[in-house]
Design a protein. Structure first.
Length: 251
C-alpha cells in the first residue's frame, strides 16, 4: 500500500483517539489568502474535536510555495490552485497521493458603492478609475480575473486602470479602503459586506480548484495527517459551503 494511503487510513482513527484531547499536538498550515476566514473556523472545529492546535500562515499561493521551497516549517499547504500542490509533489516537497481538492472558489466583482456593480456591463462602461485584482502570477484569483477580462474582450482597454495586490487579501483591502472603486475578489471574503457585486460566470474563467497537499515536513506529525483527514469530513464541508465555496472538485 502506498505510504500516504497507509497514513490516511489511520487518520480517522487518530481523530477518534485524539477526541479525548490527550497529548494534544500542533500542525502548521500554509493557507491561500482567500481561505483565511474558513481556515480559522476549520481550525477551531478541528481543535474542538481533537484538541490539536493549528498554526495558520496566510498569503498568495505563489508566495507560500516559494516559502515551502525555502524550508519554511509548513506541514500542510492549502493552495488556491491545483498546480502548486502538484509541483510540491513533483519537486519532493509534498507527499505523493496526498493531493486533493478541498474547495472550488467563486470569483466576484465587488464594490462598496451600492448599485455600481451590476454585471459585466459595469466593466464595459468603464466608469471607474481603478480596478483591483490580485497578482495573477502568484494568486489564482488574479489569474481568473485576467481570464475574465480577456474573455469579455476588455483587458487591453482596462489594463491602465488595474491595480494589483500581492494577494487576494490585499486586492480586497484596496476596494474596502476605497483606493479602488471595484475589484475582483473571492466570494468568501464578502460575508457581511455591503455594496454591490457580480458573481462572475464560471464559463469566463477556468475553475478555481483549490487543492491541499501534505508536505514532507508533516509526514511524521499525526496532527498534520489527521488535519488532512478532517478537511475531507462533514465539519469542514459545512464551513466551506457556509463561505460560498463548493465542497471538493466541480465540473
Amino acid at each position: 500500500m502506498p505510504r500516504f494511503q497507509s497514513i490516511a487510513a489511520a487518520a480517522a482513527l487518530l481523530i477518534c483517539v485524539q477526541f479525548g484531547h490527550a497529548d494534544a499536538a500542533t500542525v502548521t498550515v500554509a493557507v491561500a489568502a482567500n481561505f483565511t476566514e474558513p481556515a480559522r473556523d476549520i481550525a477551531a472545529a478541528y481543535k474542538n474535536k481533537t484538541g490539536n492546535d493549528t498554526v495558520l500562515s496566510f498569503g498568495a499561493s505563489g508566495q507560500l510555495y516559494t516559502q515551502v521551497t525555502q524550508d519554511a516549517p509548513f506541514e500542510v499547504l492549502l493552495s488556491a490552485d491545483m498546480e502548486r500542490p502538484k509541483k510540491a509533489i513533483d519537486e519532493g516537497f509534498g507527499v505523493a497521493g496526498s493531493q486533493f481538492t478541498y474547495a472550488t472558489g467563486k470569483l466576484v466583482l465587488w464594490s462598496r458603492t451600492p448599485d455600481l456593480v451590476k454585471d459585466g456591463e459595469t466593466l464595459k462602461a468603464g466608469s471607474f478609475n481603478k480596478l483591483s485584482i490580485a497578482n495573477p502570477a502568484s494568486a489564482p484569483y488574479g489569474a481568473a480575473a485576467i481570464e475574465t477580462l480577456k474573455a469579455l474582450g476588455l483587458y487591453d482597454g482596462l489594463a491602465p486602470k488595474i491595480v494589483q495586490g500581492h494577494s487576494i487579501g490585499q486586492a480586497f483591502q484596496f476596494v474596502e479602503s476605497g483606493n479602488a472603486e471595484l475589484g475582483f475578489v473571492a466570494l468568501s471574503q464578502l460575508a457581511g459586506q455591503a455594496g454591490s457585486r457580480w458573481i462572475v460566470p464560471e464559463a469566463l474563467h477556468a475553475p478555481i480548484r483549490q487543492d491541499a497537499v501534505l508536505l514532507t515536513k508533516g509526514v511524521a506529525n499525526e496532527a498534520a495527517v489527521s488535519f488532512m483527514a478532517f478537511l475531507k469530513g462533514p465539519e469542514a464541508k459545512a464551513v466551506i459551503e457556509k463561505y460560498g465555496y463548493a465542497f471538493g472538485p466541480q465540473n
